[in-house]
Design a protein around this ligand. Structure first.
Ligand code: ADP
Length: 247
């Protein structure tokens, strides 16, 4: 968050720098099965974000002390490529990527039927190739598609989006400039069937009214995002069916 009085993020018609209205999502595209060696994979483009997710497992958790005798452990690892941002990012884990890996692991654990796989681990590798704000939510949204593509039993998908405050206005799906110069950023993820919130973070300040407006904008947007996830998976199964029928 910062301030830059010389940058006007919302014009007099209420449109944002990239021409979007307050409750408009950036363009989004999800593909499955993009990596041959993974048990499941997905690629998401969301605005300027480009993220690959590879899922492996369930497999015996290693090292052994990480095993849970009652359930599978979901180990998500979020990583930003050195070339994913303007200035070269120093490679390797840092505090931010460890925090994001943790919140994504927890969110995914709420959706996966972990009790079916005691002592197992499910590895989710999230590789950010190009970052443009909202990468944790984009990575999480793609991860749940990759898990489903791996055939891992899940109660529900995980669908995320952000909203925030820019020049005093609540807006959906912050762009990089809005994230940098806005007043608040609220990433949130839900399980669409139950409506349970599985990730909620906030950077900056929102009043109670602004928070309610932001979260209802996000909930509305998750319906559209959930459809894009379902379409990506339906595309996969359609391709398999065509293959089997010899077409
Ligand atoms: P998120 O990507 O989930 O919004 P942050 O709010 O921490 O997470 O980051 C916002 C954006 O700032 C990122 O999407 C990325 O474009 C940029 N960013 C994050 N870390 C770095 C970094 N080390 N160097 C340059 N840009 C970064």
């Amino acid at each position: 968050m910062g301030t830059a009085s010389d940058i006007k993020l919302i014009n007099e018609d209420g449109l944002r720098l990239d021409g979007r209205s307050a409750d408009e999502l950036r363009p989004m595209k999800i593909e499955t099965d993009v990596l041959a060696r993974a048990d499941g994979s997905a690629y998401i483009e969301w605005g300027g974000n480009k993220i690959l997710v590879a899922v492996y497992g369930p497999r015996e958790a290693f090292p052994k002390h990480t095993q849970d005798i009652d359930k599978a452990v979901v180990k998500a690892r979020y990583n930003m490529a050195a070339f994913s941002v303007d200035e070269r990012k120093r490679p390797g884990p840092d505090r931010r990527s460890m925090e994001i890996s943790k919140v994504i692991s927890e969110a995914l654990s709420s959706a996966v039927m972990v009790n079916q796989f005691p002592r197992a681990e499910i590895d989710v590798y999230i590789e950010v190739l190009q970052a443009d704000a909202g990468t944790r939510i984009a990575g999480l949204t793609a991860s749940s598609v990759a898990l489903a593509a791996a055939g891992i039993p899940m109660k529900d998908m995980v669908v995320g989006c952000t909203a925030g405050k820019v020049e005093g206005q609540v807006v959906l799906d912050l762009s990089k400039e809005e994230d940098n110069f806005g007043q608040a950023d609220l990433p949130m993820a839900v399980l669409p069937k139950s409506g349970n919130v599985v990730l909620l973070q906030m950077d900056g300040d929102l009043s109670v009214e602004e928070f309610e407006k932001a979260s209802s904008m996000i909930l509305e947007a998750t319906k559209k995002i959930h459809k894009i996830q379902r379409d990506a998976l339906a595309g996969k199964y359609k391709a398999i069916a065509l293959e089997r029928s010899g077409e």
